[in-house]
Design a protein around this ligand. Structure first.
Ligand SMILES: CC(C)(COP(=O)(O)OP(=O)(O)OC[C@H]1O[C@@H](n2cnc3c(N)ncnc32)[C@H](O)[C@@H]1OP(=O)(O)O)[C@@H](O)C(=O)NCCC(=O)NCCS
Length: 186
C-alpha cells in the first residue's frame, strides 16, 4: 500500500491508519497520561491545544513524507488505542526510526506487538527499508520486551541522551536488520 494511503495496514484486531481531526480527544487522552509519558522524550501534554498542534505537524509529515505517525484503531469498535510512527528516514541508507505509544487502558493485551509486527513487515516489504532503529529508556521494561519479541537487538547504551523536565536519562539503542527479521507465521 502507498505510504500516504488512509489505511497503511490491517491485522486481525487492528487498523493502522492516518490520524484525523476526530482523533484529537483520544490523542489527548493518550499523551496527557503520566504513565504513558513516563519514559517519553517530552512531558505529558497539558492541554488539548497540544493535541491540535501535534495533528497539524503529523499532517505536514504525511505531505512531506518525512515523518509518519499513524493511529492504531481497534476494528471492533473504532477506538483509537494508540499511535505508531516511522520517522528520521535516511533514504539512501534505507533506514528509519520506530516509535509507539498505547493509551493506558489498552496495555497488556498484546495490541502493540500485533500492530508493530504488521508495521515492521510494511517497513521492510512495502517501503523496502533495510534497517529499523528504536531508542528506549533502560527502565522501560514493557517497551524492551515489545522490541525484543520483534527481533530487535540491543546495540548500545547512549548515556544521558535525554533531559526531559530536568530528568536526565540514558538510552538503550535497538536495531533490526531486514536480513535478521523473521516474519511471524510465514
Ligand atoms: C510499551 C507498550 C507499547 C507495550 O504495549 P502493550 O500492548 O501493553 O504490550 P504487550 O501487551 O504486547 O506486552 C508486551 C510484554 O511486555 C510486558 N510488559 C508490559 N508492560 C510492562 C511493564 N511495565 N513492566 C514489565 N513488563 C511489561 C507484558 O507483560 C508483555 O509480556 P508477557 O506477554 O510476557 O506478559 C505500552 O506499555 C506503552 O505504550 N507504554 C507507554 C509508551 C511507551 O513507553 N512507548 C515506548 C517508548 S520507546
Amino acid at each position: 500500500m502507498d505510504i500516504n494511503s488512509e489505511t497503511i495496514v490491517e491485522t486481525e484486531r487492528l487498523r493502522i491508519r492516518q490520524l484525523i481531526e476526530a482523533d484529537i480527544p483520544a490523542l489527548y487522552a493518550i499523551f496527557s497520561h503520566p504513565e504513558v509519558m513516563r519514559y517519553w522524550g517530552s512531558p505529558p501534554w497539558a492541554s488539548i491545544t497540544e493535541a491540535e498542534g501535534r495533528l497539524a505537524r503529523v499532517k505536514e509529515g504525511y505531505l512531506s513524507e518525512e515523518n509518519f505517525q499513524w493511529g492504531i484503531e481497534r476494528k471492533a469498535d473504532g477506538a483509537l488505542l494508540g499511535t505508531c510512527s516511522l520517522f528520521s528516514f535516511n533514504r539512501p541508507s534505507r533506514r528509519c526510526e520506530l516509535g509507539y505509544a498505547l493509551g493506558r487502558p489498552y496495555w497488556g493485551q498484546g495490541y502493540m506487538g500485533e500492530a508493530l509486527q504488521a508495521l515492521v513487515a510494511y517497513a521492510f516489504e512495502t517501503l523496502d527499508l533495510n534497517r529499523l532503529e528504536a531508542d528506549i529508556d533502560p527502565r522501560n521494561e514493557g517497551s524492551a520486551k515489545t522490541l525484543e519479541r520483534l527481533g530487535f537487538q540491543k546495540e548500545g547504551l547512549m548515556p544521558e541522551r535525554w533531559i526531559v523536565a530536568g530528568e536526565v536519562s540514558d538510552t538503550w539503542f535497538y536495531g533490526l536488520l531486514r536480513r535478521n527479521w523473521q516474519p511471524e507465521g510465514r
